[in-house]
Design a protein around this ligand. Sequence first.
Ligand code: GLA
Length: 384
Amino acid sequence: MNAIANRVHKIFSESFSAEPRLFFSPGRINLIGEHVDYNDGFVMPAAIDKGVYYALEKNETDECHFYAVDFDEWFSVAILSISKQSGWKNYLLSVVNEFLLLNKKIKGFNCVFSGDIPRGSGISSSAAVEGGLAFALNEVFDCGLDRVELARLCQRAEHNFPNVKCGIMDQFANMMGKQDNVLLLDCKSLEHQYFPLQLDGYKIVLLNSGVHHSLASGEYNIRRQRCEEGMSFFKTKLNIQSFRDIHNADNILPYKPEMKPEVYDCCKYVIEEIGRTKKAATCLQQNDLIAFGKLMYATHEGLSKLYQVSCEELDFLVEQTLSNDAVIGSRLMGGGFGGCTINLVAENAVDDFIAKASGAYLHKFNRNLEAYVMQTGNGTSEIK
Ligand code: GLA
């Protein structure tokens, strides 16, 4: 068994003198399709082999006891007095709250958890925390929710106490991921396909800028509001229901003078990114990784200049790759404002790429870079 799973198991049995059930809940990468999940777009995420491990069992009381190993922090709450708190506790309590809102018969439980994804790095530690707890409660209390219902429950949980109005991508990938596959998810209908992730001769490498991003800080919700404002404007002007109906960003150019510049720019980005993701899916099917990589660069440009969710450090990391022939695609990944870049790198040059990027980053920002060569994994599951 994995070392972290062993650890949460050991702490649980020593603390509660009982045997827990064990669960693993993954983080995710996203190949392309950024900030379009809450705009009826398409995304291409995959679950990864890093995430959060839970040891959990019911305790026949009305109390929930949590131990966050990575913060060395305990806390307890009566199931009937669940309410919004501060920080990371909200991600757990909000999940419990969603089960109660559905009138699911859950009672007290003991829970120990720990993970190996850095928080605020754009790999969705939040969806991993939510998904692991939701899956475990669903199993332990026999609530009968399916994986898609659990993903939706976790999305509502993130909207509610933590107040991050996220799309469905992270929670969907967390529940529905399949090892060696990437999902193509239509975020409007939730129709999805799996593509085998065949990157002949290439690896996915994440570079963690170490700039801690917090979507809860409000900028994420502001981007979402800009898109909503733009969409309600276009609904009246263009008689459409969704960004995907606009097809070409040139179609909104005539309305630019009537719109706030930041709202126009966000809408332009979203229309372009929906188109790019559809193209990228075709490139992946045809094994045209060079074309796929070019689309990744275009996404970064849009996220940085139009959507304005990049930062100096992420822009630097992407720019550095332009002079490295071993890198065919690079962009910031996830919500932005910090976190990781995702890079498509020739397999035989991965070590060299990491060494060069780390050196340049240290020189420029006096900060160490962490690098992860990614492996995909399965969606949340019980460890038997
Ligand atoms: C965060 C959100 C997702 C998605 C991405 C950006 O990870 O949780 O729903 O919007 O940002 O693509």
